[in-house]
Design a protein around this ligand. Structure first.
Ligand code: ATP
Length: 273
């Protein structure tokens, strides 16, 4: 059974990476809370997934975790410090890859380094080193040989691979993924699950994945949080019992199917209330 929401106790105080304490957010003074009393702690290097019905506040949670929105009440800390504005050590990828059509794949991947300090100031000086890093990342996600192609010369799945490289080029401590594979066909999606699994296994950045796909959450995440309808609350926290790293074969096993069923039942309950 899914355990009801509670404050999980991290192994040690310093092991906590993302720390939400009684967090509420209303988008305006007159609006109701979009999310309410969010309590959540992640460990360093943990991969979490957030699932819930449409409009429950998953993207709002992301905005709070990255400092794009301050909480109306409560406290958000990341990596031991209160979040007081947009965090620099974050990489993001969304459902639409949003690559710039006039830039090559390589130049799209390099873009954050041209914008974000401290890379920006040294971009010209260090461009060769950054290019090497970008090419190595592109190779890792299977885009070897596509660096000089334009986005319109790539398939949807290839564009999303490039978008993940762009999110990781500045070696962020935290990767936020908002429905990153939602627009892809089932085969490509599963391929990209494996790409993400390999990158995370190698680099162990912190991941927050927002998804409607319960199989995706069950395949990738260490811990899965279920949110209720608006106002969004965390109504369940499920530690994934399946050992990491996982192969696609695991998706055909009973423990995986049981986990997905548990999550589905819970989503069914929050949708019907
Ligand atoms: N900028 C905004 N101004 C006012 N209300 C907003 C804003 N952004 C989101 N909301 C409201 O906050 C609530 C939560 O929205 P949010 O986008 O976080 O949900 P979500 O779970 O990510 O939705 P979906 O699954 O459909 O993407 C919704 O009721 C939405 O209408």
């Amino acid at each position: 059974m899914l355990s009801p929401t509670r404050l999980p106790t991290p192994d040690t105080a310093t092991d906590t990476f993302v720390d939400f304490r009684h967090v509420y957010l209303a988008y305006s003074e007159s609006a109701d809370f979009a999310v309410e009393d969010i309590n959540l702690q992640t460990r360093h290097g943990e991969f979490i997934a957030i699932v819930g019905p449409s409009g429950c506040g998953k993207s709002t949670f992301m905005k709070l975790a990255t400092g794009l929105k301050p909480p109306t009440r409560g406290k958000v800390c990341v990596d031991g410090a209160p979040v007081t504005g947009p965090l620099k050590f974050v990489g993001m990828a969304f459902q639409a890859p949003t690559l710039l059509p006039w830039r090559t794949t390589l130049d799209n991947v390099l873009l954050p380094l041209e914008i974000v300090e401290p890379y920006r100031s040294n971009f010209k000086r260090d461009k060769a080193q950054y290019t090497e890093r970008a090419l190595a990342l592109l190779k890792t996600v299977g885009l070897d040989g596509y660096a000089n192609k334009y986005p319109w010369q790539l398939s949807g799945g290839m564009q999303q691979r490039a978008s993940i490289c762009r999110a990781l080029i500045h070696e962020p401590k935290m990767l936020l993924l908002d429905e990153p594979f939602g627009a892809l066909d089932a085969f490509t999606r599963e391929e990209l699950w494996c790409v993400l699994r390999d990158l995370w296994t190698e680099r162990r950045f912190n991941v927050i994945l927002v998804t409607h796909d319960l199989r995706e959450a069950a395949f990738l995440a260490d811990t899965i949080y279920v949110m209720s309808k608006r106002p969004g609350r965390i109504v369940a926290r499920k530690e994934n019992p399946l050992p990491q790293p996982r192969d696609l074969e695991v998706t055909y096993t009973e423990p995986f199917t049981e986990l997905v069923h548990e999550l589905r039942e819970h989503i069914g309950r929050v949708r019907s209330t």
